[in-house]
Design a protein around this ligand. Structure first.
Ligand SMILES: NC(=O)c1ccc[n+]([C@@H]2O[C@H](COP(=O)([O-])OP(=O)(O)OC[C@H]3O[C@@H](n4cnc5c(N)ncnc54)[C@H](O)[C@@H]3O)[C@@H](O)[C@H]2O)c1
Ligand SMILES: [Zn+2]
Length: 701
């Protein structure tokens, strides 16, 4: 079979690469897994697992035994390496059947898998281990392809599967993964064999697909063929008897209109979603999402909830659908959220078991606004983005199932048992402790510059999502590359920004709220410096200084406060002012007085924004030379000349003038900003913190 024969999945097997791995079954397993995981049509992120069984030397006896290598708990097939696998003695795994006490005691088996481990460097075996272990095939793929789940979640899924594959793909109805499901799959295989039918795969109701082969390659091609057949069948039937999702109900808006509405709404939704814990948002409005949320069937399908366990673990049982005509009405939104939370509580109460973990955050994860798009909220950006991806998978599943039959969701109790599975809870408990700024969004103006970039870096290191911005596009691009490398795409957004221009600020704020749902920390840092004697100070320079430093701080704060008020849970504004705001020196009328205005603006806004729980504070740097454009623009040379030293000697020269004899670095300013926003100074507003190595003339009194 060649690449050309596949239309709905990608065939990427490279003979040459595979030949290099010949004889290395585990290497081939990793290779195949990476190919499968790279195509999201084959499996969702983190979903599915693969295995191989091969002979290996048993270090305990020196004899050859059969070992199974299977993807361990967690991780993603697309990037999995050998260390992502668990290796287990197949015989020991089989012997566990002798001690299995039945469905009620499923969870105790997971502990026992650890006793079957062959390779001590193994990753923890996942709950899918017995699903692979009992099937007698050398290479096995278990994937969650939307096209297969669509059939697995269709009312007539079993019949469709039988007809589509002439009986060669078996069917096992919904059962949550574990020992019992493994036994049921084996029984399915044997029952078919008794009838003389040799299976090439098994469809798991409401869940996904198992397929296999004698070699890595055979398994790969068999898997691709089965998924291709499913996808082809769905495509042939789509829109045949009725339009997709019953046709459009809500008219399409232009992208610009959608984004405008989404940006206005996102901070309000973020505030409501964060009633328990601060959430980060993600917005998506791609074609697939719009087709679903604008459709006639939305009202029927959305409340049914998602089907595949992966989907609802990430998206909660069902989304919150809002009436687009009422999203500007705060009372309406509050009522809608409160109804969702009550519904979630009822679901919890009615399904809980005596030993269920406590109820988790009852707020929605997925919020659908017809005409506008899909919002997802989670404790960090990656989780929010993945929730959106999983809901898009769920949309594909509903779309396919409805094209060929009728979509069915999992029964509530089954969904609950998965969501509140003690093993899932244990996973959550193992999560690392959150960092100080997790769940927070920070916009630092002029963050392509020396001090601004250091502040943004510190915030990102402490777990915040940061919005890099600057007037200088070239410097911004450099900063972006640097941050993407250090923190990854989910932690960083970039936007051009001119702080003197309200329209540009609007665009940047829109980019911020569309990227992360809102904003928590605004640092007014953008600036320039011009030093001139009074007689020579031009009016133009005066205006420039006041525009960027004072008006800029005013406008950006105003825009930030607008978003913070919509969220309704407070926030932080930190203004990077200067020692020059406190200490008067010659040749500094414009810059120094503008800095003093910035300092007083801190106090004025602190006085006004207290009731909103928005803190406003000042950090006063002095003589931060490293990385600063302000200093490189001829100013340093001028200063050095005036003191009769070289530019290189300047930092030490300035340090000597301080009480602590310290050189001030951009990181020192960043630490001061973090001190204000990191949680320990939550009861401080209208304050100023000097970071200047100690300059007695700058003491506050
Ligand atoms: N470096 C120091 O010694 C020192 C001392 C006291 C105060 N400060 C203050 O610290 C802040 C940062 O200074 P730095 O030393 O990092 O300088 P910098 O020049 O390296 O960074 C400032 C950044 O602001 C950007 N910017 C300028 N005008 C802008 C505008 N209209 N809109 C958006 N961005 C704009 C610049 O492109 C630059 O990237 C400034 O407010 C400065 O006054 C610096
Ligand atoms: Zn699965």
């Amino acid at each position: 079979m060649s690449a050309k024969t596949f239309k709905y999945v990608s065939y990427n097997w490279d003979e040459a690469k595979a030949a290099e791995l010949a004889g290395d079954e585990v290497g081939l397993l990793v290779y195949r897994s990476n190919l499968l995981g790279a195509d999201l049509r084959l499996t969702n992120y983190g979903g599915g697992n693969t295995s191989c069984k091969a002979p290996a030397n048993d270090p305990l006896t020196g004899q050859t035994v059969e070992v199974m290598w299977v993807k361990g708990s967690g991780g993603d097939l697309g990037t999995m390496q050998r260390n992502g696998l668990a290796a287990l003695y197949v015989e020991r795994l089989h012997n566990l059947r002798n001690v299995y006490r039945g469905l009620e005691h499923e969870d105790e088996m997971v502990e026992l898998f650890n006793h079957c481990i062959y390779d001590l460097a193994s990753k923890a075996p996942s709950i899918d281990t017995p699903l692979h272990g009992f099937l007698p095939f050398r290479h096995i793929d278990h994937l969650h392809p939307d096209a297969a789940i669509a059939i697995a979640a269709a009312k007539d899924g079993e019949r469709i599967t039988r007809e589509l594959f002439g009986g060669a793909v078996g069917w096992v109805g919904w059962q949550r993964p574990g020992f019992d499901l493994g036994l049921q799959m084996l029984e399915c295989l044997e029952e078919n064999a008794r009838k003389g039918i040799i299976l090439r795969g098994i469809m798991l109701g409401s869940h996904g697909l198992f397929s296999w082969g004698d070699t890595a390659y055979e398994s790969y091609v068999n898997t691709l063929e089965i998924i291709e057949t499913c996808a082809e069948y769905l495509a042939e039937n789509e829109g045949k008897s009725r339009p997709v999702f019953g046709g459009a109900k809500t008219p399409e808006l232009s992208a610009q209109e959608r984004h405008g509405k989404a940006a206005a709404l996102a901070p309000v939704l973020r505030g409501l979603c964060s009633s328990r814990q601060k959430m980060i948002g993600h917005f998506s409005d791609d074609e697939r999402v719009l087709q679903f949320i604008n459709s006639n069937d939305l009202d029927k399908l959305a409340p049914l909830g998602t089907s595949c366990p992966d989907h609802f673990l990430r998206t909660k049982i069902a989304p919150l659908v809002l009436d687009p005509a009422k999203t500007e009405n705060r009372d309406y939104l509050e009522t809608a959220f409160s109804a969702y939370r009550t519904g979630y509580q009822e679901y919890y109460e009615s399904c809980r078991r005596p030993n269920s973990p406590a109820m988790r955050d009852p707020n929605p994860v997925v919020i659908l606004v017809p005409g506008v798009g899909m919002f997802t909220f989670a404790k960090d950006k990656t989780t929010a983005r993945l929730a959106a991806e999983y809901y898009a998978n769920a949309i594909n599943v509903m779309r396919g199932a409805e094209a060929v039959s009728e979509y069915t969701a999992l029964p509530r109790q089954e969904a609950f048992d998965i969501e509140y599975w003690l093993l899932e809870e244990a996973k959550l408990q193992r999560m690392p402790k959150p960092k100080a700024l997790n769940g927070r969004v920070a916009l630092v103006t002029g963050s392509a510059g020396g001090i601004g970039k250091a502040i943004a870096r510190k915030f990102a290191e402490e777990g915040a999502c940061v919005v890099l911005n600057d007037l200088n596009a070239e410097r911004l691009e450099e900063a972006k590359t640097e941050f993407l490398k250090a923190f990854g795409k989910d932690a960083v957004a970039t936007t051009l920004l001119n702080v003197t221009d309200a329209a540009s600020i609007d665009v940047a704020m829109q980019a911020t709220v569309l990227a992360f749902g809102g904003v928590d920390i605004v640092v007014n840092n953008a600036g320039i410096s011009i030093s001139q004697p009074l007689a020579e100070h031009t009016e133009e320079n005066w205006d420039k200084l006041y525009d960027i430093l004072v008006k800029g701080q005013f406008l950006v704060s105003q825009a930030g406060v607008k978003v913070m008020r919509k969220q309704g849970f407070g926030g932080d504004i930190v203004n990077i002012v200067s020692k020059n705001a406190v200490v008067a020196g010659p040749n500094n009328a414009g810059y120094g007085s503008a800095k003093a205005a910035q300092a007083h603006l801190t106090r004025l806004l602190a006085a006004e924004l207290g009731p909103d729980l928005i803190r406003v504070n000042t950090v006063n740097p002095d003589a931060v030379i490293a990385g600063s454009n302000i200093w490189s623009g001829g100013w340093a040379e001028g200063r050095a000349k005036a003191y009769g030293i070289t530019v290189e000697e300047l930092p030490a020269y300035y340090a000597k003038r301080t009480l602590l004899n310290e050189i001030i670095l951009p990181e020192d300013i960043a630490n001061a900003c973090f001190a204000f926003v990191g949680g320990l100074l939550n009861k401080s507003t209208g304050n100023a913190l000097n970071v200047d190595g100690g300059v007695a003339m700058g003491f506050y009194r």
